[in-house]
Design a protein around this ligand. Structure first.
Ligand SMILES: Cc1cc2nc3c(=O)[nH]c(=O)nc-3n(C[C@H](O)[C@H](O)[C@H](O)COP(=O)(O)OP(=O)(O)OC[C@H]3O[C@@H](n4cnc5c(N)ncnc54)[C@H](O)[C@@H]3O)c2cc1C
Length: 577
């Protein structure tokens, strides 16, 4: 059942308390309540996702954030690598968390990404060979039924059709799609990849985006894992509940126990009145890569240098909490194109958008029923460039950068001009080496933490971004674009490395993938915030299950890896108790 107010709780004691009804949290809520004798409370600061059209309609996904009631509305600190700019840093603040606010692209990462996690943690359970079983449990592939031919857009034999989250393929073609695919036949540098999810141990090349959607609607952890479990009497989800602190129970020797959770009404933006609930087994933080370190720090688990200036007693001294933040930098590269077939003309015209939304409401068809992006690709640096660096990729077949194709002007920094037709090829670093941080700046949980992704801080990152621009410029001169692309827009016209570096520093923001702020490390290592079984080092009764535990950001869109992580975490938790 989903409750809206603390006064509706009928008890204050549960077997498990999950903090955050997000991507990971609702997987746990479902799996842990499969046993009818296990009670679970999920505390979520955000609001409901029910009947929120921008959340449900796939093409409207980008309007769920930033600066809305469904977003935490964070902003980064000034980024030295980006000409000291700041930019919005969206995080979903509703049921489903960021899985309700994201752009729905669904992948699983490379086998090398997972094998590195197993190596770093010393736990072979995180290896690809073991983690594959969780894709089968998680995924419910849905082939579009609108007549779209998707036979060579994915490899059916590798996918699961029986799991929880619906994953599908494009149901509406953009003008550029056939040209993108034609380019894969014209240029050997950009081969066609028949299944871009990573499931076939190969993410290199260009393929059709798989998205978490079904029948013209978004599929999130809320519409899948929660929807199929919410009528269980042993599951309680409380929205509008802002967790403000974990309270320690002092144990005489060894680890401190954290099974008590304090929260307040998120609608009041006030820590009083406060409520307390207790877990008899475990508290699980699934508050995401910003929320989780924030709660740990507010609870006195963190670096003395972060806590002492705020007079927060250091209960667990761990200098890694909130550190190691990794994210995928995203750079829009815009070309001007012929004619008026790009989506810009529709997106500029409220009447056409209104008609398209009405069509979607009537029968879930048209471009609103489809994701904003149909094709994505991944590539590695040329060997001659890579030779200058230690390769930060998880292995020799893991990509360094991503290429994303949009049939319209898509630049989060520069708004769409009032006329013209455009084609955007976005590039994103998927193996960045820059590391940033999340740190609370006051003892008030309602104050946003300082978020510093520290983008393009390293020589590797800026070099790879420049190389990615050169790569897409090679892509754009394939014969497939001869009668379409007319020129570059703005600073993309630069030809020297210095020009392209300036273009990157002026336009880069984020693909919204913060990770690694509560990194996993081996049990006997002094590094890391959590152990390989996701328990918080130096504590009992407390685990973290969300994207913050990945020691390295996966080289793909990360919601799939989060679902896989949470599926295994449920098994680990069940095996403990
Ligand atoms: C705009 C956007 C676009 C994206 N596009 C894609 C994409 O196309 N494909 C992809 O794979 N990934 C995408 N991502 C990233 C992906 O959605 C996230 O990495 C992933 O969902 C994170 O899962 P999580 O469980 O770690 O955190 P979340 O899903 O963010 O869950 C955290 C939950 O905890 C709650 N919470 C936080 N603090 C508190 C507190 N103190 N008390 C109570 N509750 C709290 C939050 O409200 C939230 O519900 C995108 C993200 C965004 C924001």
């Amino acid at each position: 059942v989903t409750l809206t107010d603390a006064s509706q709780l009928t008890t204050t004691t549960y077997d498990y308390i999950i903090v955050g009804a997000g991507n990971a949290g609702l997987v746990l809520a479902n799996r842990l309540t499969e046993d009818a004798s296990t009670t679970v409370l999920v505390l979520e600061a955000g609001v409901t996702d029910e009947n929120v059209i921008p959340v449900i309609a796939p093409f409207l996904g980008p309007s769920v954030t930033p600066d809305t009631p469904w977003d935490w509305n964070y902003t980064t600190t000034a980024q030295p690598g980006l000409d000291n700019r700041t930019y919005p840093y969206p995080r979903g603040r509703l049921l489903g968390g960021s899985s309700s606010a994201n752009y729905m692209i669904h992948q699983y990462g490379t086998n090398e990404d997972w094998d590195r996690m197993a190596d770093v943690s010393g736990d072979a359970g995180w290896s690809w060979n073991n983690m594959k079983q969780y894709i089968a449990r998680h995924e419910k592939f849905v082939v579009p039924t609108n007549g779209q031919n998707v036979s060579d857009e994915f490899i059916p034999s590798l996918h699961s059709f029986t799991g929880e989250l619906q994953v599908s393929l494009p149901v509406w073609n953009q003008t550029i799609d056939s040209r993108v695919i034609a380019t894969t036949q014209q240029l050997a540098e950009f081969p066609y990849n028949e299944d871009i999810s990573g499931i076939n141990n190969d993410m290199l090349g260009i393929g059709w985006a798989q998205s978490s959607m079904v029948d013209g609607e978004r599929a999130s952890s809320s519409t899948s894992y929660l929807a199929s479990a919410n009528d269980r009497p042993n599951l309680t989800v409380l929205i509008n509940a802002m967790v403000t602190k974990l309270l320690p129970i002092n144990t005489p020797a060894g680890a401190r126990t954290f099974r008590n959770v304090q929260f307040s009404d998120a609608r009041t933006f006030s820590v009083t009145p406060s409520f307390q609930v207790q877990a008899t087994k475990e508290v699980i933080l699934s508050a995401g890569a910003v929320g989780t370190p924030q709660i740990l720090q507010l609870s006195g688990i963190g670096a003395p240098a972060d806590l002492e200036p705020l007079k927060i007693p250091v209960l667990i001294n761990n200098t890694q909490v909130g550190k190691n933040l990794q994210d995928h930098p995203l750079l829009p590269n815009i070309f001007s194109v012929q004619g008026d077939l790009s989506l810009d003309h529709i997106l500029r015209d409220p009447a056409q958008i209104g008609a398209a939304i009405a069509q979607w409401q009537a029968n879930k068809t048209g471009f609103i029923s489809n994701n904003v992006v149909n094709n994505i690709g991944f590539a590695r640096l040329n060997a001659s460039v890579l030779d200058q660096f230690t390769d930060p990729a998880a292995g020799p077949t893991t990509p360094h950068f991503e290429i994303i194709f949009a049939d319209f002007w898509l630049d989060p920094v520069v708004p769409i001009p009032s006329n013209g037709s455009y084609f955007t090829i976005l590039t994103a670093l998927v193996t960045p080496t820059s590391r940033g941080s999340v740190a609370i700046q006051s003892t008030n949980p309602f104050d946003a933490p300082l978020i510093n992704p520290n983008m393009l801080d390293t020589e590797f990152d800026i070099t790879t971004m420049v190389e990615s621009i050169k790569a897409i410029k090679r892509f754009a001169v394939a014969p497939a674009w001869d009668d379409y692309i007319t020129g570059t827009v703005g600073t993309l016209s630069g030809t020297s490395d210095a020009d392209l570096e300036e273009h990157a520093r002026q336009h880069t923001t984020t693909v919204f993938h913060p990770s690694s702020t509560a990194s996993m490390a081996a049990e006997d290592s002094n590094d890391g915030v959590v152990n390989p079984d996701l328990t918080v080092k130096g504590t009992t009764g407390l685990r973290v299950v969300d994207l913050s535990v990945f020691p390295f950001i996966p080289s793909c869109h990360p919601q799939g890896p989060v679902y896989m992580l949470a599926e295994r975490a449920a098994d680990l938790i069940k095996a403990t108790h």
